[in-house]
Design a protein around this ligand. Sequence first.
Ligand code: CIR
Length: 253
Amino acid sequence: MFKNAIVRTPSRSMVDGITEADLGKPDYENALKQHADYIEALKECGLEVTVLPAVEEYPDSCFVEDPALMTPHCAILTNPGAESRRGEVAHIADAVKSFYDNVEEIKTPGFVEAGDIMMVGDHYYIGLSERTNQEGADQMIAILEKYGMTGSVVEMSEMLHLKTGLGYLEDNNLVACGEFLSKPEFQKYNLMEIDQNDSYSANSVWINGTVLVPAGFPETSALIEKAGYKVREVDVSEYQKLDGGLSCLSLRF
Ligand code: CIR
């Protein structure tokens, strides 16, 4: 069960965030409205939500999932592979430290963005992406092991972050699409296949028995409902324009 979430209000500069989506620039006012509904959804799942202020200097800073990993035993400040995002870590450090006594950090030449990390119980899958390198993954695994947890790396080549194409829904259920469907390490899970056309919705998020699913993907909502979960749709289309999904917008712990 999760108790808390941290989010950050998007900055006006978000319209200049990193993207390869080719969906046009986000509409800032609508992004704020969608963010408010996202916070509402987190609260409906029983989370206490800490809302950090916008940081204009960092256009991608609303995607708070990337600069920190929160585990039940410690928090790890990451070192984003995207240079323009590296300074986000210093901005989130105090909030992270206010919840954790044990705070570790990933150091250069290691790079990690925590959107590349998926938690399954005490085990953490770490995608080697353009943002997370082997050295960063090795540092992360060493930290996890220090606190009695484990980690392993996942090779990947098609997606921005590991969780762009994967979402663990607990109870052995794993929503997956594209290259992740055939990975040997995921075959032990009940793979719930997401069609390539709906790949954005693979980034669905389990929170205390409810699954947040991006609005606009009825087949994914139906698939997840059929598996016995309560579904809460959240419209995050303005964030999709920046390659950001539902999970990226919060730290849940
Ligand atoms: C970026 O490219 O870094 C942002 N525009 C999107 C980050 C999405 N975060 C995530 O998937 N965890």
